[in-house]
Design a protein around this ligand. Structure first.
Ligand code: NAP
Ligand code: F7E
Length: 361
């Protein structure tokens, strides 16, 4: 290891964002340390391609067992690693699941953030270590009256979380800002709107849709069951969003940034786009839980699905106790101050996700 090599510590390295961020940091020449949880089955599929035999002479990627609920473990890892940058991506990140395990989410997503910041402070690393906190558009809660005059959520929009996940993350947001102000730490929030990829967890709506489209096209599944088709999300690509995380920590002054595309899309329209990738045109009928989508035409000779087949139904089991109806972010600050330029638009991302899931089947 050269003396100038930067050292990064990534929590949540086995997740979607952690895997893309690790790739980016390795490309930039960092020594990358990641925190992974012990699991009874392998949970490193997203990072297996960058794993290195620890007996090699030049190792620049190392995993440590750990958990954000365990302060002593977090302190020990940070002490051992002495990171220049910490990216706190670890979280129970599923909004619907957070209604079932609210206390756990508060512990991991809320207090876990505090444990990272406090470890940096206790270890006397406040001058050396920069901290990125994975904040979220879920903080806004989708309240129409809280959008700015142009109709977007920006860095000054008020928060109104609508789930235990959002409520836990709002603590993470404020404690990060507080440590910045109280101890002069370089600690920043990235307020990221939804971002997806072929590595997205299988129970988030975009991946659930692209996997179902591939399975239906290949005759492995009959019908896709979804919840609320009327919510709207501002979807970007995870690969673009981890670049923004890195840029946030390279600035001269620590600040918080919204990362978004500025375009919002109905869940129903994502379904239409994904089926179009396999040549299927849909007709929608009915409302609320009686809404269905049927195959109106199928132009792809490889994937013949009979006209009139019902390929989408609504299952109210997937409705949330409180829903975030609409998210749309204003990326002006990140584009101007960070020079952040996303490479993907939604169409390119849907294409990539469906193509990747077709290969899986
Ligand atoms: P993800 O795929 O669900 O990954 C979450 C990561 O956190 C996984 O590595 C997971 O480990 C780890 N983790 C879970 N519980 C943990 C614990 N108790 N201790 C340590 N690690 C734990 O999430 P993502 O999409 O990559 O998102 C990364 C971060 O950004 C999360 O904090 C999320 O809340 C936030 N965020 C995501 C989005 C988005 O649209 N993707 C938008 C805004 C903010 P296992 O692999 O062992 O489960
Ligand atoms: O839901 C609706 C659902 O679970 C999106 C996380 O990364 O982004 C993510 O949270 C929308 C919601 O993402 C199904 O009701 C319909 O309106 O893909 P999702 P999310 O809740 O927006 C934010 C920014 C984060 O920070 C989170 O960590 O889709 N929806 N039917 C469904 N959602 C799911 N999961 N499954 C359905 O069957």
């Amino acid at each position: 290891m050269s003396t100038t090599q930067k050292v990064a510590l990534v929590t949540g390295i086995t997740g979607q964002d952690g895997s893309y961020l690790a790739e980016l940091l390795l490309e930039k020449g960092y020594m990358v340390h990641g925190v992974k949880r012990r699991a009874s089955s392998f949970n490193t599929q997203r990072i297996d391609h960058i794993y290195q035999d620890q007996h090699e002479v030049h190792v620049n990627f190392k995993l440590h067992y750990g958990d954000l609920t365990d302060s002593t473990n977090i302190i020990r890892i940070i002490q051992e690693v002495q990171p220049d940058e910490i990216y706190n991506l670890g979280a129970m990140s599923h909004v619907m699941v957070s209604f079932d395990s609210p206390e756990y989410v508060a512990n991991v997503d809320g207090l876990g953030t505090l444990r990272i910041l406090e470890a940096v402070r206790l270890l006397g690393l406040t001058k050396k270590t920069r901290v990125y906190q994975a904040s979220t558009s879920e903080l806004y809660g989708g309240l129409a009256e809280n959008k700015n005059a142009a109709g977007f959520y920006d860095e000054n929009s008020p928060f109104y979380p609508r789930s235990p996940y959002g409520a836990a993350k709002i603590y993470g947001f404020w404690i990060t800002k507080n440590y910045r102000e109280a101890y002069n730490m370089f600690a920043c929030n990235g307020i990221l709107f939804n971002h997806e990829s072929p590595r997205r967890g299988e129970t988030f709506v975009t991946r659930k849709i692209t996997m179902a489209v591939a399975a239906i096209a290949k005759g492995k599944q009959d019908c896709l069951y979804l919840g609320n088709l009327n919510s709207q999300r501002d979807w970007g690509h995870a690969k673009d969003y981890v670049e923004a995380m890195w840029r946030i920590l390279q600035q001269d002054v620590p600040e918080d940034y919204v990362i978004a595309t500025g375009v919002t899309t109905y869940i129903r329209d994502f379904v239409i786009m994904a089926f179009a990738e396999v040549g299927v045109t849909l007709t929608f009928e009915g409302e609320q839980e009686n809404e269905t989508a049927t195959v109106a035409a199928c132009s792809n000779p490889l994937y013949q699905i009979a006209i009139g087949t019902v390929v989408l139904r609504v299952d109210p089991e997937y409705y949330r106790p409180t829903e975030v109806d609409l998210l749309i972010g204003d990326p002006t600050k990140s584009k101007t101050q960070l020079g952040w330029k996303p490479q993907y638009d939604l169409a390119a991302m849907v294409k990539e996700m469906v193509a990747s899931d077709l290969k899986l089947y």
